[in-house]
Design a protein around this ligand. Structure first.
Ligand SMILES: [Zn+2]
Length: 115
């Protein structure tokens, strides 16, 4: 499963980071997840729980911040919401997007460390 390999590589990175800081216990991992990243939030959440088992991260929480899809509309000459994740067109004038501004994120933004 796609999400499981993502969860595994996330956890690997987090464990590395915690080791660098002397093996501190991580209580929560904050993640920014774009709606257009191709990652299913629920599946990722589930995979994270599985992948944490037997590691130092067992019992930690994955806190997902959803990032909405934003495109650049060449007609409006500004950033707009997209019509949908399938329809990368301006929600105002329906012009196809020139580029995706936001919504493809998959990045860890913070680690909560046990006091
Ligand atoms: Zn537009």
């Amino acid at each position: 499963m796609h999400e499981l390999s993502i969860a595994l590589s996330m956890i690997e990175g987090v464990l590395e980071e915690s080791e660098k800081r002397g093996g501190m216990k991580v209580e929560a991992v904050h993640l920014r997840l774009g709606v257009f990243s191709g990652v299913d939030q629920q599946a990722l959440d589930f995979s994270y729980g599985l992948a944490c088992e037997g590691t130092q991260l067992e019992g930690s929480q994955l806190v997902i911040e959803k990032v909405p899809l934003l495109i650049y509309c060449p007609f409006c000459a500004t950033e707009r919401a997209a019509q949908s994740e399938q329809q990368l067109c301006c929600s105002i004038c329906s012009t196809p997007a020139a580029s995706i501004v936001q919504g493809q994120e998959l990045e860890i933004t913070a680690l909560e460390i046990a006091a």
